[in-house]
Design a protein around this ligand. Structure first.
Ligand SMILES: [Zn+2]
Ligand SMILES: [Zn+2]
Length: 818
């Protein structure tokens, strides 16, 4: 037992333990342990953005509470950490930072520039994760840009290719003209933008005209039909006739389409390749021609005639000017419309038809639904998000990207016969852009010249195999012992990407769910109630919070901020409250450390007083509740339970009520002192344990001072979680204790309201218990009441009487005389 110092320097304590824990190696997963059950966490490798924001602090707190809890429950916890390095954001930032485009420098030089940025950002994020006190096993760290990880990503591609899940095809895909790459549905954001609706006349064959409303007149060169709803009586006679598309000489058919909304514009719309997904459906179902008049850079193609070479916006203006000149523009009006934009650069996307690589994901939807149903979700209602997303998809997953900083697709083409050459599994990692296939001649035609696939893989293709990779796939033969992951933690914003892609990839590769449960965190809101974001001015940087109140207080804010899965606001007062709680705990432990110096746990359990039994029973109840809450990932409930018990029952009530026993053993007897010491020793240790997953640093510091000398575990975090025991709950003691503590609290409140010092004796305290029962209860704790209230004479009467009422027990009243 080492007394705690008066000053609690939380920041210093946190840094010290972060360093020591790593030296002690207590978070290392034991790959050879055959005894303990494994608990594996599929830590999502964060994207190295260089910014570890409060949202990261929230989700990392969730994972870490779970990791620490399960470790104390006796599991061999696999808590890995990777970084998902590739991708568009880094490329875009590199382009901006160096003021270049990806094509301005050779690809390897561009990758080098990207890597420099990623190095810097990973370093920032790694430090922030450590600063939050995460119990990561850093020996597992991986980066998806490493050749070793490339090998895994490419191997998974090869395996899926062989299983028939990968195909190359010319299909409509979402395209960002600024980033010049295909993007998946999950990467398209929908923004409300104001646009202009043009009502334009299309001359018809009977020398009249029809009027069509469109926001995109520049797509006239791609118009392949005009459509009306089949039940729209206004236009019934037109169906089957033709109309001429303005600014072109093309005649197109007037057809019916059930997707046309008769109330939108004039009720007649044009179908072009492609204005939106409805166009894609119409073109496909009616086998209409495809005329691409926008290219990959967002400029008009030769198909656009005189507008060729113009950027889309410019072409739109030019077409409108021509329509006006030809008297074909009837009217214009502004309207709010939903526009699909690139998730990275917010440029409006185009739907282009290009040759891309796809993974057959649509056919997996029934399996995704079934699996989502079988796994456990925290909270349960999040299951629907995954299922709804899978059902909403119209297209297979486009996995090729026309970018540079990514895992290469392990494919070549025979220059003679176009045969696709797939890399052998043992060629990986390989970069076809640099290396030729390891064969002399084309297996089909015998020629020996090959062209590389220059497209690269979507970053999600890297990060969607982590459940298998964390388990040790493919190099550890026993990887299935750690697969599926016990939990995949995810944010509400990435269910449609992370949770979904993991699911389809592992189902396709291994015919198994990747994770047994999914733990969802909400988003962090700023003080204005909106999502916290740098651009909104409601942003709080993580270091500001860590440096002011420390990691343990920040973690408490995250855990206690709301129910699991809900969005939680960031509020400074919540963090400050958490910090004050830690100081309260410190002071209680410090008090104990002084009064337990002559106590030894070897002495066994002494005879306990009523208030001791009251506290220990409540402690057991809290243990049961906290354990149940952590088992079901209700972190806020767990924190509230421990905090309420510690702050109110332990500190405000119990410690105050035993001071006389500890200070004046000569008056109240050594047995009562021992009983108080035993209870205090037991309760503080238990509180430290229950709180250790949430506030790992301070609980460790107190443990080391008060308990490490008596106990085996070298750290609170390797101590065994207390087994909750309902048998130990003593309802009578709880009920009696509640009355006694309420009574003491009221007497003390009376003193302070009358401005009488708490230590000033009451010469006579007359208690009207209001019933025989209450009289009996109060008599059970006579010494603790007189000792705590400092009464010289006390009389407890069973009858009702006049006096100050005890708040929660209005029948109990008292009169204090000084
Ligand atoms: Zn973009
Ligand atoms: Zn060939």
């Amino acid at each position: 037992m080492k007394p705690l110092p008066k000053e609690c320097n939380i920041l210093e304590i946190e840094m010290k333990w972060q360093k020591r824990w790593e030296e002690m190696g207590i978070y290392q997963f034991d790959w050879n342990d055959a005894e303990r059950p494994v608990f594996s966490i599929d830590t999502p490798p964060p994207y190295p953005s260089g910014d570890f924001h409060m949202g990261n602090a929230l989700n990392h707190t969730y994972f870490d509470i779970l990791a620490r809890y399960k470790r104390m429950r006796g599991y061999n916890v696999l808590f890995p950490q990777g970084f998902d390095c590739h991708g568009l954001p880094t490329e875009v930032e590199t382009e901006e930072h160096y003021n270049i485009r990806k094509t301005d420098v050779p690809p390897d030089e561009f990758v080098k520039l990207c890597n420099t940025l990623v190095d810097k950002y990973i370093d920032i994020m790694r430090r922030a994760i450590k600063r939050l006190g995460c119990s990561i096993d850093w020996t597992t760290e991986y980066q998806t840009r490493d050749p070793d990880y490339w090998r895994k990503t490419q191997l998974s591609f090869i395996l899926l290719y062989k299983k028939g899940y990968i195909y190359q095809g010319t299909h409509p895909i979402n395209w960002c003209p600024r980033c010049e790459t295909a993007i998946a549905d999950a990467e398209v954001e929908h923004q409300s933008k104001s646009g202009i609706l043009h009502t334009v006349q299309f001359p018809t064959e009977d020398s009249t005209h029809i009027s069509i409303a469109t926001t995109r007149p520049e797509l006239f060169s791609s118009c392949v039909a005009v459509a009306v709803h089949s039940e729209d009586d206004r236009y019934r006679q037109l169906v089957g006739k033709t109309a001429r598309v303005p600014t072109t000489n093309r005649q197109v058919k007037i057809i019916t389409d059930e997707l046309v909304d008769p109330k939108f514009g004039t009720g007649i719309v044009m179908i072009c390749t492609y204005g939106d997904k409805a166009d894609v459906k119409a073109v496909k179902s009616r086998r209409l021609p495809v005329i691409m008049s926008i290219d990959e850079k967002g400029k008009m193609t030769q198909k656009a005639g005189k507008y060729a070479g113009m950027p889309v916006e410019e072409a739109r203006k030019a077409v409108v000017a021509d329509l006006e000149q030809q008297n074909l523009l009837e009217k214009t009006e502004t309207l709010q419309q939903e526009v699909g934009t690139c998730w990275r650069c917010h440029t409006p996307i185009e739907i282009l038809e290009t040759k891309q690589w796809f993974m057959k994901t649509l056919q997996l939807t029934p399996k995704v639904e079934k699996t989502a149903d079988e796994i456990r979700w925290y909270p349960d209602y999040m299951r629907a998000r995954l299922v709804d997303w899978a059902r909403s998809l119209d297209w297979d997953w486009v996995i090729s990207r026309q970018r540079v900083f990514a895992t290469p697709i392990p494919i070549w083409y025979c220059e003679e016969c176009d045969e696709v050459i797939l890399a052998e599994e043992d060629w990986t990692p390989i970069d076809p852009r640099i290396e030729a296939p390891r064969m002399d001649k084309c297996p089909k035609c015998g020629h020996g010249k090959f062209a590389p696939e220059t497209d690269v893989l979507d970053t999600w293709f890297d990060s969607s195999i982590t459940c298998a990779v964390h388990a040790g796939w493919p190099e550890r033969e026993d990887w299935k012992h750690r697969f599926p992951a016990d939990v995949h933690p995810s944010g509400t914003d990435i269910i449609r990407t992370w949770a979904y892609y993991l699911m389809v990839r592992h189902l396709a590769l291994f015919e198994q769910t990747p994770y047994k449960s999914c733990l969802i965190n909400g988003m962090v809101l700023g003080n204005d109630g909106r999502m916290m974001h740098k651009s909104l001015g409601n942003y709080v940087a993580t270091p500001d919070v860590f440096n002011k109140y420390g990691a343990d207080a920040s973690r408490q804010w995250a855990a206690a901020g709301g129910t699991t899965g809900s969005d939680i606001p960031f509020r400074w007062p919540d963090v400050e409250y958490s910090w004050r709680f830690l100081i309260k705990l410190w002071n209680a432990a410090r008090f104990a450390s002084h009064h337990l110096r002559d106590y030894s746990p070897q002495e066994g359990v002494p005879k306990l007083e009523l208030l001791d039994r009251w506290l220990l029973s409540n402690l057991e109840r809290v243990t049961v509740n906290v354990t149940a809450a952590l088992d079901s990932c209700q972190f806020n409930t767990a924190v509230e339970e421990v905090r309420n018990f510690t702050w109110h029952q332990l500190c405000d009530q119990y410690i105050e009520a035993i001071k006389h026993r500890l200070y004046t053993a000569d008056k109240y007897g050594d047995a009562r002192k021992k009983a108080a010491q035993h209870t205090l020793y037991t309760a503080i240790y238990r509180v430290l344990q229950l709180l250790a997953p949430v506030a790992p640093h301070l609980t460790e510091e107190i443990y080391q001072h008060l308990y490490a000398g008596d106990m085996q575990p070298k750290s609170i975090h390797t101590s065994r979680w207390p087994v909750p025991d309902v048998e130990k709950i003593d309802e009578e003691a709880e009920k009696y204790g509640a009355l006694i503590t309420a009574f003491i609290k009221e007497v003390r409140r009376d003193k302070s309201e009358r401005r009488i010092p708490l230590n000033k004796p009451i010469t006579k305290l007359t208690v009207y218990a209001g019933s025989k029962k209450s009289e009996h209860i109060l008599n059970q704790a006579l010494e603790d009441i007189t000792g705590t209230c400092k009464t010289e004479r006390m009389q407890i009467l069973p009858e009702k009487g006049e006096g100050r009422r005890v708040e929660e027990y209005p029948n109990v009243q008292f009169k204090a005389e000084y």
